[in-house]
Design a protein. Sequence first.
Length: 327
Amino acid sequence: MKLRMPAALAAAAATVLVLAGCAGGADDSGDAEPAGEDPTELVLGLVPSQDVDQLVLDAEELGTLLEDELGIPVTAEVTTDYTALVTAMQAGQAQIGMFGPIALVQAADEAGAVPVLQSVRYGSSTYVTQWYTNDPDRFCTDEVVTDDEGFTFCNGVLDAESGPVGEDALSEITQDETIAFVDEGSASGYYYPATQLQEAGLDPFALNGAFFAGGHPNAVLAVADGSASVGVSFNDARTEVVEEQPTIGEDVTVFAWSTEIPNDGIAVSADLSEEMQESITEAFMAIAETEDGLAILDAVYNIDGFAPADLDALDAARQVEQNFGEE
């Protein structure tokens, strides 16, 4: 069955914040840069995954590091969501974008962007969706276990090295379940878990109690405070809110993982020369090799390093993304 985007989601996707007043892709008259000429300044686009005010500050520092490496001005702009950033690249208002895997595919397919790098975390270029609940008695088929940091797991998740795991528990989810998704453009926070629900026999677009929390930490907190009975996020997003809610590890129990998902990554505009595309790629790699650079990358998106974009892995993400297209 081909999943369809309902009217409400289509309207949300159409209502985007396009980067305004950004230099680099157009001159003062709004006309695009002449073909074949690289811009004299660049715009780096990012999407909130943490406190927006703090991300703006961290993004500015990352822009400064890029500026130092490239020798031309780089302005960092935070858009409302992935859809807005794809639109900004399509309109020539951003030349560099930091995307989740689904949005990275959309940037390539819809904006003609070129994926160049993928993020590395804990030595891996993949991650999973984690499913969590405030009702372990219902979703855990075995004893809840606690790791050394006080975070709770069940259904074999704690001992798993890769996904999927614990998927049988998804059969407990009902069509009217209150589910905290993250964002309609998020791979781990929507596309992959919605696909899992479809495979479990549910209609992801007829979930009466489901909602978008607006961020991975928000989804975790929604389950912790009872606004939702289950939620999804990247693994392990509970660490993002432990300072705010020290008991989050026991308040929210992880009971399942999805299949492996390629990490988020960086795409550049195809309108840039190959030389400029390579320079930007090398600039990010150089930043990741310095202590200060790694600190900023960690602050922005918890990035430990970069690897060349895995086009095969992204093609697998493309298949998931295409399952959500209109028939």
